[in-house]
Design a protein. Sequence first.
Length: 108
Amino acid sequence: MRRPSTTYGRIAAVVRRVPRGSVATYGQVARLAGLGRAARQVGYALHALPTGTSIPWHRIINAGGRISLPPDAGGIDQRLRLLAEGVTVTESGRVSLERYQWRPRGRA
């Protein structure tokens, strides 16, 4: 991330905890980072990540269980990364939250 703020650092710390083969929603990351309902802030933070980052940004999807990025803006890459981790993603970019959503113990 560019000059990570405390907020962006907290977001990155949560995203790093999402296990391979699982997904989390933008809102879930916001809550776990102590940001309440600031899902858009999570999106801004992930958008600010540099190319080649080790932060698993691709594991974060929207509350409807869909990839939010359009195909030409990274959505295809996100879909391929999730598929490589064993997450089933439909052609339209949908993921079953019931099956793949990360549920940390004692947390949102």
